[in-house]
Design a protein around this ligand. Structure first.
Ligand code: BV8
Ligand code: ZN
Length: 278
């Protein structure tokens, strides 16, 4: 991949570096992407059909169970060499992912365009459910934090393959998942919902505005592990390119973002990022 040194040089010299990540960033940690065949119970459902307000309205237990399965999976895996490479560099990180692997790798300034698995809230009064006194969500979050700490201690694995093996082993521990009745809000008794942005829902305005603003001022933007098909997130790399910034893509496959990229590195996050972010 001859363009690796060119990319590494552009990134080293960048004064305002932005990184945009998608589900492929967490793949080598063992977290399935949207386009992977979802395993077990979820193989029968299309992620885009489950990730909607209508699906939650129609079957809250199925949707809540899917997100709890994903949250428990994330708690059992750990950041990969790609997350750790990004965390080493002073940059603004914009993620479409709802996991906390960037934060657990040490990244500080993370803009979550699509929310988080760790911020459940009431579907009616929007109160954060983590405040539920003694609620299962609070308790599990605490357990998750403990697992996260254990992972961090174990997280010293150096390369993508080891990360993937660890992720697959952890993933197996979570099993198939299944429908679960969402907890009731302690303030208004309505069902608690995942704190993510579903299809058809507006992105958090401040987060999206800040993402566009930093992308417009970036001299280099690295886009990693996103199929570039979901809007308005897919606009972010285009903003940088249109303002004369250099976009570097890391993805084993071509994507609709290819034409906006100065360099396309056909490789995976855990293999390529440690090579280009020194
Ligand atoms: C909105 C959170 C309006 C939930 C997510 C028709 C045309 C255009 C747009 C639309 C349309 N119909 C509807 C829309 C709008 C819609 C949209 O864009 N739909 C798409 C499908 C066409 N967008 C919305 O609905 C957005 N909201 O528009 O609101 C509005 C405005 C005002 C007021 C009210 C309403 C909301 C979109 C957010 C949805 N939520 N996630 C959850 O996680 O469950 S989206 C979710 O899928 C992800 O967050 C991500 O954004 C998206 C795609 O996933 P990717 O991250 O790209 O991952 P994917 O699996 O697709 O691909 C993985 C990639 O990684 C692949 O390229 C693969 O090659 C690569 N890869 C694999 N392994 C590796 C790797 N790369 C590196 N290393 C590896 N190891
Ligand atoms: Zn409520």
């Amino acid at each position: 991949m001859d363009s690796l040194p060119t990319a590494a040089d552009l990134i080293t010299r960048a004064e305002r570096l932005v990184v945009l990540t998608g589900a492929g960033m967490s793949a080598e940690s063992g977290v399935p992407t949207f386009r992977d065949a979802l395993t077990g119970l979820w193989a029968r459902y299309d992620a885009e059909a489950l990730a909607t307000p209508e699906a939650f309205e129609r079957d809250p237990a199925l949707v809540w169970g899917w997100y709890e399965w994903r949250r428990e999976l994330v708690e059992r895996v750990h950041p990969n060499a790609g997350h750790r490479a990004v965390a080493r560099r002073d940059c603004t990180l914009i993620t479409q992912n709802v996991d906390d692997l960037h934060e657990r790798a040490g990244s500080k300034d993370v803009i979550h365009l699509h929310g988080s698995l760790f911020a459940p809230r009431c579907s009616a009064c929007h109160q954060p459910a983590a405040d539920v006194p003694g609620g299962t969500v609070e308790q599990e979050a605490a357990d998750g934090a403990a697992i996260g700490v254990a992972n961090r201690a174990a997280g010293g694995v150096a390369d993508g393959a080891a990360d993937r093996r660890a992720g697959e082993a952890a993933g197996g521990a979570v099993g198939e998942g299944g429908p679960r009745t969402p907890p009731a809000c302690v303030y208004c008794a309505s069902p608690v919902r995942p704190g993510v942005v579903w299809f058809g829902e507006q992105l958090p305005v401040a987060a999206f505005e800040r993402a566009v603003e930093v992308a417009a001022r970036a001299d280099v933007l690295i886009t990693v592990g996103t199929s570039g098909q979901v809007y308005p997130a897919a606009e972010i790399p285009q903003v940088t390119a249109k303002r004369g910034g250099a976009v570097i893509q890391v993805n084993p496959q071509p994507t609709p973002l290819d034409p906006f990229c100065a360099i396309n590195l056909r490789g995976t996050a855990a293999e390529v990022l440690p090579e280009i972010i020194r």
